[in-house]
Design a protein around this ligand. Sequence first.
Ligand code: CA
Length: 228
Amino acid sequence: MQQDAYGKSNSDKTAQPPLKVLVVEDEDNIVELIKLGLRYEGFHVEAISDGSQGLAMAQRLDPDMVILDLGLQPGGIDGLEVCRQLRTNPTTQDIPILMLTARDAAQDKVLGLETGADDYLTKPFSFEELVARIRAILRRQRRATGALRGDGTNGNENQILQFGDLRLNMATREVTRGGRQIELTATEYNLLHLFMSHPRQVLDRQTILNRVWGYDFLGVRILPVAHA
Ligand code: CA
């Protein structure tokens, strides 16, 4: 069951335009991974490395979500300032923001969230987790605004993947087989989620590594401390 950007399977896909995601990130390898992956998932993706240009692009593109790196290149404005300005501009203040950070310190996350980010993801992250966070943010926004679906449902039916007697709940990350709960590690869950998202498809090794273990398996794990 291939899913589109709305989390719907192809079988119930309607004529909705692709969701637009703007990526503001200065690390090319991460940008390429996000672009390739999200386009495969059915999103329209634009990317920019500079904070000021990112702000201008957010106004022009009116994206459904901004993925924003906290540590952009020195010399420009950083991710926190981009976040602040997005939130204070009436044109962009309602756009959900997923912040990427290489910093694992709790205070950075709190600061990011206080500045207006809807969620954050610490590098290195797996692609599956990125997509899960994006979908969760979009679902929350959909419930809050009812803008994307006019049918009054909350989208819960899109959070369940089923294959035979295996049932995976993407919202709670619970897996059951024949009604009995199965305990899985995070990696086991991510693998199962990937396979259940692509039933009866052959997935090559690189795809599995990239999507479950993240961009560090591209063999280009670069996390420069100076502007990470
Ligand atoms: Ca960076």
